[in-house]
Design a binder for this molecule. Structure first.
Ligand code: ZN
Length: 149
């Protein structure tokens, strides 16, 4: 990011706020040279994101499939739609933060787990209960089926 004041090429982020739902991240930046402060709004693009399945096939990313997988973790409980949406948005942000395109379905599974753990311990445990432990590749593959349907 180039400083809008002095055109210096090195700026640092000192605050970053993601606005869930509208998929945008507002970052406050400061130029390391002239100390000028400015903010940027980085919009997330998911239209051209692809997922690489375990068999090597590359398919377009589907927010619907991701949501379905997350909803499964809340299976036996009253589903809080806002909460699921929030977790889905966070996972999407994490996916985009990896900068990978295509991203491996396995990696998406890990990001889902990470966000479940952070935001809803019970759903995370439910996920584990459904799919067993991930000590073997086989177990983990079972989890990933949700993202590959
Ligand atoms: Zn500057």
């Amino acid at each position: 990011m180039i400083c809008p004041k002095c055109q210096h090429k090195d700026t640092k982020v000192y605050d970053s706020r993601s606005t869930h739902g509208d998929r945008a991240v507002r970052r406050r930046r400061q130029c390391v040279k002239c100390k000028h402060r400015f903010s940027t709004l980085e919009e997330v693009k998911i239209l051209d994101l692809n997922v690489e399945k375990r068999n090597g096939q590359v398919v377009p990313f589907s927010e619907g499939k991701l949501k379905k997988g997350v909803q499964k973790a809340f299976n036996k409980r009253t589903i809080d739609a806002d909460k699921i949406d929030k977790i889905v948005q966070l996972v999407i942000e994490d996916i985009l933060a990896t900068g990978r395109n295509p991203i491996k379905s396995k990696r998406i599974g890990k990001l889902v787990l990470r966000n479940l753990k952070k935001h809803d311990e019970a759903a995370y445990i439910c996920y584990w209960a459904m799919y067993g432990n991930f000590d073997t590749a086989e177990d983990f593959n079972n989890l990933l089926q949700d993202f590959e349907k």
